[in-house]
Design a protein. Sequence first.
Length: 104
Amino acid sequence: MVAPRTPLSLDPVDAAYVAGLIDGEGTITLIRKHRGESRQLSLSISSTEKPLLEFVLTAAGVGKITSKVRYRQHHRQSFTYAVYNRQALQLLTQVAPLPAQLQS
């Protein structure tokens, strides 16, 4: 069995940026993918700007980006970056405690 990848170490500026994206456009929740399963930690960020989500994917080194369904022709295409379980927890621990030099 292949061990899951761990997120890359974010530098303080990238960690603060990702924290802002999660705060503004993100969702942290417990989900159940199938009936009867245990709940799983889910971290997602949605945006119509795919390069923004590609930055998060590149900086973190884990997760994936998917396209959302467009229900109306006049709606813009939107995307979601998502990461689950341990990878989500490890990423959140990097962005939660902002470094002291950035808090002032």
